[in-house]
Design a protein around this ligand. Structure first.
Ligand code: ZN
Length: 496
């Protein structure tokens, strides 16, 4: 066997470390290559250099000399956060692979437009993602292409302190976003329920997080019929993994519940083959939950945070559950499975029941790449947000605005639950063609006694992207870590 430098080929969690430092710098560092952002209107008076004089500074246009690159931000009054995120991401992409030391000037006008925390968030996330390529399984480690060592960031003096605090926080978060991206991007033969167990245990080794593993036998004893039904057709044993971060003095508890289908063929209701390889991303919810718990512990947030993920592989096989089969869920309900590709909700149902029963959390957030219907409705730009409680919807929307991770509220409830009637069992797992994501959300609510303390995020559109958008890279997006950290932070601040 040839020696390999690539740790990912072992399948274990190689915790992403930034190869570069991001430092705040007020001084002029004349010997450094400098990147300056510049709006269209300020172009001419500020640019004495003849080489730059024709530059219009349109959005994301750039022009370079031997010492400097100018990057346009277009008309300042038209610049929004998404465009600013795009500009930062493409800048980060250029810098990390081409310069060892570089200075980035963020002018005062940007801080008149955006808050220091927003600029720090997008900068740290953009550079974090750019510094962590997703081609993990190349025999040559792709991180070798990253040559940046030091990035000096210059911000106006009045914003320095606030910017620095926020930058430090978001650089910690960036590391966990990349850990999640690593977990997401690995294919089904590398990331199985049992390798996810190893990852959870690694999180437990690095942070004050207690990890409990439930194997197939324990899931049977418990009566987790939904998880077991999905796992039946696979050679891979299922796992339920529970991560518990419980800092002294915590006054509230949040549970983060994630769907972890490590590969989804659809089961007997098999999917078309064309895009089936993308179904390795069907564990994105579990990646978000697992790595958000690590981030919350790393940031020492004063809130108890429980991560509960259900790991299964959905395969067709002689033992696989079949369309029309009925199983008994952890909360006792009987469910007729008319479509074995609507399997995530079976797993989540048991996880939600378990989360509520064991921990009585103040808030439960579940994340799942649950429905194609959500992608039809919202594209790749928003996670679908569902809750029977307007208060919970508003609190998640507020955290989404703060963390810059987009959500869009969609309806759920009784009218959608009507579609889930079964002739022989308590409920059917599917309910017709229209309103599929609302029906799925309404199905999940069946497994909670107090659904008003819960929100479901359908991340089918945002978990995996075909092309990059804002600070989200193509493929494994890392969506959800910033949002979940913010939700936990807000909950911790509520009951101080
Ligand atoms: Zn499916």
């Amino acid at each position: 066997m040839a020696e390999t430098t690539n740790k990912h080929l072992e399948g274990e969690l190689a915790y992403p470390e930034h190869k570069f430092q991001i430092l705040l710098e007020e001084k002029t560092l004349a010997d450094l290559y400098t990147f300056d952002f510049i709006p269209a209107a300020e172009n001419e008076e500020k640019l004495p250099v003849a080489a730059f004089s024709f530059f219009k500074a349109g959005l994301n246009e750039s022009v370079s000399s031997a010492k400097k690159t100018l990057i346009g931000v277009g008309k300042l009054e038209e610049l929004d956060l998404e465009q600013w995120a795009d500009v930062l991401s493409s800048t980060a992409g250029k810098i990390v692979k081409n310069f060892k030391e570089v200075k980035l000037n963020i002018p005062a006008i940007i801080f008149r437009r955006f808050k220091a925390g927003q600029v720090a968030n997008l900068l740290a996330t953009a550079f974090g993602n750019a510094g962590y390529p997703s081609e993990l399984l190349k025999s040559k480690d792709p991180a070798e292409k990253i040559i940046l060592q030091k990035l000096f960031v210059s911000v106006p003096a009045a914003k320095r302190l606030e910017f620095q605090t926020q930058l430090e926080k978001f650089l910690v978060i960036a590391r966990h976003i990349n850990a999640m991206r690593q977990t997401q991007v690995l294919p089904g033969n590398f990331l199985t329920p049992t390798t996810m167990e190893k990852r959870a245990l690694q999180v437990g080794n690095q942070y004050p997080v207690k990890v409990t593993v439930f194997d197939e036998r324990q899931l049977k004893e418990m009566g987790a019929g939904g998880i077991l039904a999905v796992a039946r057709g696979s050679e891979e044993e299922p796992r339920m993994l529970v991560l518990d971060y419980n800092p002294a003095g915590a006054k509230s508890t949040i549970a983060l519940v994630g769907k972890g289908v490590t590969f989804d063929t659809g089961g007997i209701s098999i999917k078309p083959s064309a895009e089936m390889h993308e179904m390795k991303y069907d564990m994105s919810g579990s990646g978000a939950a697992l790595h958000a718990i690590a981030a919350i512990a790393d940031l020492k947030l004063p809130v108890r945070a429980i991560g509960i993920v259900g790991m299964v592989e959905n395969m067709p096989d002689g033992k696989a559950f079949k369309p029309g089969d009925v199983y008994r869920a952890l909360n006792g309900l009987t469910i007729e499975v008319q479509n074995t590709d609507a399997e995530g909700r079976l797993v989540l149902g048991d996880l939600l029941t378990y989360a509520e029963k064991e921990y009585s959390p103040d808030l439960i957030i579940n994340l799942a790449t649950l429905t194609g219907a959500c992608v039809v409705a919202l594209g790749n730009y928003y996670a679908g947000l569902f809750s029977p409680s307007q208060k919970v919807i508003e609190s998640v929307q507020k955290a989404a605005e703060q963390s810059l991770e987009p959500v869009w509220a969609l309806p759920m409830g009784r009218v959608y639950r009507e579609a889930l009637k079964s002739e022989i069992a308590d409920h059917n797992n599917i309910g017709g063609r229209y309103g599929g994501s609302s029906i799925a959300a309404s199905f999940l609510s069946l497994f909670l006694k107090k659904p008003e303390k819960w929100a479901h995020l359908d991340i089918a559109g945002v978990g995996m992207l075909n092309k990059s958008y804002g600070v989200y890279p193509a493929h494994a997006s890392g969506y959800g870590i910033r949002l979940l950290v913010q939700i936990a932070e807000n909950l911790g601040a509520e009951k101080k």
